[in-house]
Design a protein around this ligand. Structure first.
Ligand SMILES: *Cc1c(COP(=O)(O)O)cnc(C)c1O
Length: 400
């Protein structure tokens, strides 16, 4: 992982080396390209890494969220709670089942939905919400025990959106998505996340019946087990054996599969996860130290006491009016000095689709977080000197 001080620093970037390339080429040369052993190998390795009994790999993180919402039983007429600060897909996955979204506010210093934010949203849902999707924003989580306890008292299924949290750990024990606080965890393996699979997603669960259902929903719900067929006559040959071509579909499902090509890359990347996380944590710590010299004009997002993140993003909070500038201007100036930044995220409740559906919501924590947040470059190939360069560019463009 060598330094890239002279080049443009994007806010995030994957890291692929020769061993990753060899793993993919091996599948291309020797096949099968899909529905083969790399899928099972990847699932077993991912489940081991998280410490959960089942990991179901699929096409992307959005598909993982959709599958988890379906497996949770969400459908038209239901309501699910989603924090307003997240990527579009968390809310959209709920809508794909026909259920409605009730947006929760977040803590303005972390972007995380607090137990009080959850209770407020639950009240606004008319106490009808059937599921809640806590988002492990920036790989952090806070008060998951209280969130899970409230959800359990109200009969809500917890689906953890862990797309930012691969490699994060709870300080007590375990990891986001391991099932201690959720029925389902969902992960994304998009190149900007902790590891890259091109596109890829994973659902985790400790419920083996739900794992079976998730695998059915991922693959057209094609039932090849004669014991499960309803039309046994159509499925049976003259000699009494199952017809070799026969399968049944008893529910509507999807093709959300990941290929063996993707899973070979995912497996190879999973072996590198610990090294990536170590590098990201050391870069984040270096940012923390260097930003302390900017006299509070740029503050790191508040650290949770419950976990340690894998820092797939390195977000800071900037009081733009106080700094005498606007965010777009700062982003452009940073870009001109070779520093890429991004805003994660515009509150999803503000998207025109959702405004049209639910009107303008008053979520002051989400608005405050959104008005200040900026993600600075962080990725495994960066070096401390790159961090210094980003901090210098910030200092120059914030007036000293
Ligand atoms: C990336 C992301 C997703 C969607 O994952 P894709 O693999 O891009 O479909 C969902 N939720 C969050 C919080 C994400 O960061």
């Amino acid at each position: 992982m060598s330094g890239s001080t002279d080049t443009f620093l994007p806010y995030g970037s994957h890291y692929v080396d020769e061993s990753d390339i060899e793993a993919v080429v091996d599948v291309l040369k020797n096949g099968p390209l899909t529905c083969g052993p790399k899928v099972d190998e990847f699932e077993a390795a991912f489940a081991r890494k998280i410490g959960v009994s089942d990991a179901i790999v699929c096409a992307n993180g959005t598909a993982a969220l959709h599958l988890a919402c379906l497996a949770a039983g969400l459908q038209e007429g239901d309501i699910a709670i989603v924090p307003a600060i997240t990527f579009l897909a968390t809310a959209n996955a709920v809508r794909m089942t026909g259920a409605e979204v009730c947006f929760a506010d977040v803590n303005p210093t972390t972007g995380l939905m607090s137990p009080d934010d959850l209770i407020d949203a639950f009240e606004r849902s008319g106490k009808r919400a059937k599921a809640v999707l806590p988002v492990h924003m920036n790989g952090q989580s806070e008060h998951m025990q209280d969130i899970a306890a409230f959800a359990s008292r109200q009969g809500m299924v917890v689906i953890s959106d862990c797309c930012h949290a691969l490699g994060a750990e709870y300080l007590n024990s375990g990891k986001p998505g391991d099932g201690q606080f959720e029925a389902f965890g969902t992960f994304s393996l998009h190149p900007v996340k902790s590891i890259a699979m091109g596109e890829g997603g994973v659902v985790t669960t400790n419920n083996s019946a739900k794992a079976h259902l998730l695998r059915q929903l991922r693959g057209h719900a094609m039932e090849k087990d004669p014991g499960q067929w309803s039309d046994t006559q159509a499925g049976t040959a003259l000699d009494g054996k199952p017809n070799p071509w026969y399968y049944e579909m008893q529910k509507l499902a999807y093709n959300y599969r990941a290929t063996d090509i993707q899973c070979a890359l995912g497996l190879s990347q999973l072996n590198k996860l610990d090294g990536f996380v170590e590098k990201r944590r050391s870069l984040a710590a270096h940012y923390d130290r260097q930003l302390a010299h900017l006299n509070n004009r740029v503050r790191a997002v508040r650290r949770s006491n419950d976990c340690v993140s894998a820092w797939h993003l390195y977000p800071v909070l900037i009081d733009f009016p106080y700094c005498g500038g606007d965010r777009a201007g700062l982003m452009e100036a940073l870009h001109a000095s070779g520093v890429g930044t991004q805003v994660h995220y515009v509150p999803v409740s503000r998207q025109p689709y959702y405004v049209e559906r639910y009107g303008h919501l008053n979520l002051p924590g989400a608005e405050s977080y959104y008005s200040q947040v900026l993600s600075l470059p962080i990725f495994p190939a960066m070096e401390p000197a790159d961090v210094d360069r980003v901090v210098r560019a910030l200092a120059e463009n914030l007036g000293g």
